[in-house]
Ligand binder design. Sequence first.
Ligand code: AMP
Length: 173
Amino acid sequence: MTVDRLKAAIRDVPDFPKPGILFKDITPILGDPDLFREAVNIFVDRHRDRGIGKVAVIDARGFIFGAAIAYQLGVGIVPIRKKGKLPYRTHEESYELEYGAATLAVHVDAFRPGERVLLVDDLLATGGTALASANLIRRAQATVAEIDFLIELEFLQGRHKLRDYSVYSAIKF
Ligand code: AMP
């Protein structure tokens, strides 16, 4: 089964980027053309002809899957980036990380009002990154149709933080 093959390909890297974190390395999926296509197609099949207007992609690994999904759905991409990277006027959202805080930004004119947006990232951990991104989409006058992840770390209960949204993950640990 596709999901089992994808799950088996994910590499666990202990203590990266800091002690105590078990990092889920998706580069073995990215490097295999069959696995990469299968991973992208899970999301394409789910959203084809469902009225998605844009795919919003989260800095940085969300860009990889989100761009391929948007290309296949025939819709545009909106990058949600770390503060200071986008050149035009932005909305910004700050959120708490395990240590310290981070700020994400989106261009103020990225969406048409009311446009249905699919938000994509590689992995759901605590949900802070995705919640800040969803808030940015709403502030830019668009609607979050669904938030999709390749991987969900269920024990961190990030889904609870995203309870106001429809959330889908392909692979659960
Ligand atoms: P969070 O805001 O806690 O849900 O963290 C999600 C973001 O951090 C995603 O963009 C992931 O790429 C990254 N991330 C968090 N934890 C991990 C992990 N264990 N392995 C790989 N990436 C992670």
